[in-house]
Design a protein around this ligand. Structure first.
Ligand SMILES: Nc1ncnc2c1ncn2[C@@H]1O[C@H](COP(=O)(O)OP(=O)(O)OP(=O)(O)O)[C@@H](O)[C@H]1O
Ligand SMILES: [Mg+2]
Length: 296
C-alpha cells in the first residue's frame, strides 16, 4: 500500500477558524490559462457503466486553492467525472474507469493505492444533504474517526468545533451539539455535511450540486463558505447554475453530449478555461450556445 503524497502541511494549525474569513473580499482571480500548480490531474479519462461509455477522453488540471466548476447539460457526465476523482465510482457496480487521475502526482487508480485513503484526502459533499441519524456532534466526530482519530475526548471536542467553525455552522449549533442532525434546516444540514467532510482534514473537496436543494439565502451562505474554504482547500463543484459558477469559480470546465450514428450518447469535455474568459469569450461555439441559453 503506498501513502498518498501530500503537498501541504496537515498540522492542526492549518485548521483555523475560517468563519470570519467568509466575509472577506474575494481573492484576485487567476490569470494563467493553464494552472501550473495542479493538485489533481485527469488524463485521458473514460468512464463506462457496463458497455456504455458515459464520458470519454477527459483531460483536465485542477489548480490548488482554487474553485473549479464543472458545468453542462444533464447527462453529460459531470457527476461521473467528479466521482472518478475520489474513486467513488468504485462503489457503483459496473462502473469502470480508464486513463489516469493523479493526486499530487500519484495515480489514485494505481493498484497499490487504498481507495479509502483517497476518499479521506479527497472528500465529497452530495446534492441532497445526507447527515447520519446521529447527533450533530457525532456526525462530525465520525468524519474524524474514519481518519483514525484516537485522541482524548477533549481533543475530539476541539476538532469537532474547528470543523463546525470552518463550515460556518458553529454559532448556530454550539448549544445543541447533541441534538439530531435531522433537527437542522436543509441549509444547516448541508453545512453539517461539509463539516463532516472537512473533519478528516482533506486536501480537496468535491461538491456535486451542493446548493441545488437549498433556498437562495442558504445557497448564498454555501457560496460564501466555498470562497472562504479555498484558502485551505481545493474545491471542485458541479453546478447547473451558471450564475453560481460565475460567482464562485476561478475556472470552469464545460461538458456536453455527443450523439453517434447509433444514437449512443457520450459525454465529453468541450472547453476548459478561466471562468471569466469562458463566460465572456468562449473559444467554442458549443460553449457559447450553452452559456447564452441557446442549448441545454
Ligand atoms: N450508476 C449508473 N449506471 C448506469 N449509467 C449511469 C449511472 N450513473 C450515470 N449513468 C449514465 O452516465 C451518463 C452521465 O451521467 P451523470 O450522472 O454523470 O451526468 P450529469 O452530467 O451529472 O447529469 P445531471 O446534470 O443530470 O446530474 C448518463 O447517460 C447517465 O444515464
Ligand atoms: Mg449529476
Amino acid at each position: 500500500m503506498v501513502n498518498l503524497p501530500t503537498a501541504r502541511q496537515t498540522t492542526r494549525e492549518t485548521m483555523e477558524d475560517t468563519q470570519t474569513q467568509a466575509a472577506t473580499a474575494r481573492p484576485a482571480a487567476p490569470t494563467d490559462s493553464t494552472p501550473a500548480d495542479a493538485v489533481m490531474r485527469v488524463e485521458g479519462l473514460n468512464v463506462y457503466y457496463g458497455d456504455f461509455l458515459a464520458v470519454k477522453d477527459v483531460t483536465l488540471r485542477f489548480a490548488r486553492h482554487e474553485i473549479t466548476a464543472l458545468i453542462g447539460p444533464s447527462g453529460c457526465g459531470k457527476s461521473t467525472v467528479l466521482r472518478s476523482l475520489n474513486r467513488m465510482n468504485d462503489l457503483i457496480p459496473n462502473a469502470r474507469v480508464e486513463g489516469a487521475v493523479f493526486f499530487n502526482d500519484q495515480d489514485i487508480y494505481d493498484p497499490d493505492v487504498d481507495p479509502v485513503e483517497v476518499r479521506r484526502r479527497v472528500g465529497m459533499v452530495f446534492q441532497k444533504p445526507n447527515p447520519f441519524p446521529k447527533s450533530i456532534y457525532e456526525n462530525v466526530a465520525w468524519g474524524a474517526r474514519i481518519n483514525g482519530f484516537k485522541g482524548k475526548r477533549g481533543e475530539l471536542d476541539d476538532l469537532v468545533e474547528r470543523a463546525l467553525r470552518q463550515a460556518a455552522l458553529w454559532d448556530e449549533v454550539k448549544d445543541k451539539l447533541h441534538e439530531s442532525g435531522y433537527s437542522l434546516s436543509g441549509g444547516q444540514q448541508q453545512r453539517l455535511c461539509i463539516a463532516r467532510a472537512l473533519a478528516p482534514n482533506p486536501e480537496v473537496l468535491l461538491m456535486d450540486e451542493p446548493a441545488s436543494a437549498l433556498d437562495p439565502i442558504a445557497t448564498l451562505r454555501i457560496e460564501e463558505l466555498m470562497l472562504s474554504l479555498k484558502e485551505q482547500y481545493t474545491i471542485i463543484i458541479v453546478t447547473h447554475n451558471m450564475q453560481q459558477a460565475g460567482r464562485v469559480s476561478d475556472r470552469t470546465a464545460f461538458f456536453s453530449v455527443e450523439v453517434d450514428e447509433r444514437g449512443q450518447r457520450t459525454g465529453k469535455l468541450v472547453e476548459f478555461d478561466l471562468t471569466d474568459k469562458l463566460f465572456t469569450q468562449p473559444a467554442m461555439k458549443e460553449t457559447e450556445d450553452y452559456i447564452t441559453g441557446r442549448f441545454g
